[in-house]
Design a protein around this ligand. Structure first.
Ligand code: UP5
Ligand code: MG
Length: 220
């Protein structure tokens, strides 16, 4: 890592990062799946990476991650940033992506979903890994998010899709994660999207923001 010389590890002109933020159940994962299909981005969900690390045999963080996720608390950033950084590096080195548009020769495009969730994570990630070029923020009411998560909880098997954990996740989002969105807003790099609308409408709005930012990037 390049933290010692204070320059980010990747050049933001080559490694394009879009943060996808929003409350629990606002639709981040759903919208990212569509962006992967149409824009040649790789989807890195911080929550998915943490859940995979939690169940990885031999992981020293498994028990800690499980406890944090159930309580809707934010896992220490060293763990999450390490997982994201490894995933970025692997993708850049992988032959699987090298022939895709926007990829190869150290270039890549990443949707970072559900991260950063705390201001210190934002600063550390951009100082040591790479700054993001755009943030998509899905705003949504807690009433709508609660309904979606309880419905998903009937089949998801996620340890945090239950009413106790959901309430904690909402509180953490308002108290700890919204300051990240506010900070990015001051830099004028946030596309605000109404996440309460039907999936297709939300996606149309996201595409407008993506096309405005990355004129030539759509592959569809
Ligand atoms: N759905 C989606 N969009 C819809 C729409 N427009 N209309 C109707 N229904 C819609 O969607 C949720 C559900 O809603 C689905 O059933 C979907 O079909 C439906 P989804 O796209 O999954 O929403 P998403 O925003 O991705 O919800 P998720 O539950 O994944 O959000 P969280 O932010 O809570 O979860 P995440 O996995 O990111 O994090 C989980 C935990 O990991 C955190 O609470 C925290 O403990 C930990 N974590 C960290 O510690 N650090 C990190 O950096 C990241 C996570
Ligand atoms: Mg998700």
């Amino acid at each position: 890592m390049s933290s010692q010389n204070s320059a980010p590890e990747y050049d933001a002109k080559k490694v394009v990062v879009v943060f996808v933020l929003g409350g629990p159940g606002s639709g981040k994962g759903t919208q990212c799946a569509r962006l992967v299909r149409d824009y040649g981005f790789l989807h890195l969900s911080a929550g998915d990476l943490l859940r995979a690390e939690q169940t990885r045999p031999g992981s020293q963080y498994g028990a800690m991650i499980a406890e944090y996720i159930k309580d809707g608390k934010i896992v220490p950033m060293e763990v999450t940033i390490g997982l994201l950084r490894n995933a970025i590096q692997e993708a850049l080195e992988s032959n699987a992506t090298s022939d895709k548009e926007g990829w190869g020769n150290g270039h890549g495009r990443f949707l970072i979903d559900g991260f950063p969730r705390k201001l210190d994570q934002l600063f550390k990630f951009e100082e040591t890994v790479v700054p993001a070029q755009l943030t998509l923020f899905l705003y949504c009411t807690e009433e709508v998010m609660l309904k979606r998560l309880l419905l998903r909880g009937e089949t998801s098997g996620r340890a945090d899709d239950n009413i106790e954990s959901i309430k904690k996740r909402f509180r953490t989002f308002v108290e700890t994660s919204m300051p990240v969105v506010d900070c990015l807003r001051k830099r004028d790099v946030v596309a605000e999207v109404d996440g309460t609308k039907p999936v297709d409408d939300v996606y149309d709005h996201i595409c407008q923001a993506m096309n405005a930012k990355f004129h030539q990037i759509s592959t569809s």
